[in-house]
Design a protein around this ligand. Structure first.
Ligand code: CND
Ligand code: ZN
Ligand code: ZN
Length: 362
């Protein structure tokens, strides 16, 4: 099968033919229809985070089950699925307490499948998996627990985005922060994930939704997704503008959706007493955040958030139902579609801030 391989950071992906072994116990072969291009993949390409290499990246995908390995009971060939970058075992202490996004199974992967070996190979060279998924290939062998079955009338290319950007952004608002109707919300970074924070805030009934970015085009997208106010951080004073918009009070909630410690601090500074800041962005390994703890004394909350604190098998079908009922935007998120041969162009467009989200269609 054709796949895009990252051999080392700071080098382009190499699109080439790889061998993919058949699924072993509790694994499934999926024929991918599309994969989203998320900034988390770019962090590894730019050396912000480390991972065993070579690796096939990609963690936002959907497709059709082609073959099931021994012991698989959840899915059958022909099932339409979204892939979850956190497998949920249903048995660990996190899963049984409803914190499936923190499932132990996530930590058994580390570049390989759960048995510590890889199904991907180029000749004699082993190629690593990414989060058990590796969606930048025409096919993927994934753990059974990473599958989320979905309704068959949902368009399989579009719902690939339900694999990361949508549950992360919408979930950060609904599940992590639990934004209340009538709130004021600041979203710093209105890219692929940030736009989903914006539409999550709309679903939650927020009153003021303030989109902050440094690219005018990104801010235009935010308006389309329901932002009520826009701030261009490249030319405007973010704190001052938030103060004006909130009539001097500052915001109830701020979301950092870039992966920058400066932006995390900026997000916190836009919150009022008792306000909540949620860090959605992934910062470079080793980054340090310094804040004046006095700021927290005033009942402010600083929260982390992985995968929008979601339960993939419950939240993803729900988000697809909302999309099918035209209550959630997906089509508008996809501003470009690429073939896998052009995947490096897709990442350049993401890096340059030219797209909301792009997808690779197989
Ligand atoms: P994308 O590149 O689409 O968006 C980032 C946005 O930030 C762009 O619109 C930029 O223009 C904007 N931006 C950059 N610098 C600034 C600045 N100084 N001030 C204001 N805006 C700025 O990235 P994405 O939406 O795909 O991902 C965003 C982050 O979310 C990234 O760090 C990614 O790794 C992370 C993420 C986290 C999780 C999770 O589970 N927590 C899941 N997926 C992605
Ligand atoms: Zn992602
Ligand atoms: Zn678990």
């Amino acid at each position: 099968m054709k796949a895009a391989v990252l051999y080392e950071a700071f080098k382009p992906l190499v699109v080439e033919d790889l061998e993919l072994e058949r699924p072993k116990e509790h694994e499934v072969l999926v024929k991918l229809t599309a994969s989203g291009v998320c900034h988390s993949d770019l962090h590894y390409m730019k050396g912000d985070r480390e991972h065993p290499m070579p690796v096939v990246l990609g963690h936002e995908g959907a497709g059709i089950v082609e073959e099931i390995g021994p012991g698989v009971t959840y899915a059958q060939p022909g099932d339409h699925v979204v892939l979850s970058f956190v497998p949920t075992c249903g048995k660990c202490s996190y899963c049984v307490k409803g914190r499936q996004n923190l499932c132990e199974a996530r930590y058994g992967l580390r570049g390989n499948m759960q048995d510590g070996t890889t199904r991907l190979r180029k000749g004699s060279q082993e190629i690593h998996h990414f989060n058990g998924l590796s969606t930048f290939g025409e096919y993927a062998v994934v753990p059974e627990d990473s599958l989320v079955k979905i309704r068959e009338d949902a368009p399989l290319d579009r719902v690939a985005l339900i694999g990361c950007g949508v549950p992360t952004g919408v979930g950060a608002v609904i599940n992590t922060a639990k934004v209340r109707p009538g709130s004021s919300v600041v979203v710093i970074g209105t890219g692929g994930v940030g736009l989903n924070v914006v539409q999550g805030a709309v679903l939650a009934g927020a009153e003021a939704i303030i989109g902050v970015d440094i690219h005018g085009g990104k801010l235009e997208h935010a308006l389309q997704f329901g932002a009520t106010h826009l701030i261009n951080a490249a030319t405007e004073d973010v704190m001052e503008k938030v103060r004006d918009i909130t009539r001097g009070e500052m915001a109830d909630y701020a979301f950092e959706v870039i992966g920058s410690t400066e932006a995390i601090k900026q997000a916190m500074m836009t919150t009022k007493r008792g306000g909540t800041t949620v860090v959605v962005g992934v910062t470079p390994a080793g980054a340090e955040l310094t804040i004046d703890p006095d700021f927290l004394h005033l009942d402010r909350v600083l929260m982390g958030c992985t995968y929008g604190s979601c339960y993939p098998r419950a939240d993803m079908p729900m988000l697809i139902d909302l999309y099918m009922a035209r209550r959630l935007k997906l089509d508008e998120l996809i501003s470009a579609t690429f073939k896998i041969d052009d995947i490096n162009t897709a990442f350049e467009a993401l890096d340059q801030g030219e797209v909301a989200r792009s997808i690779i269609r197989y």
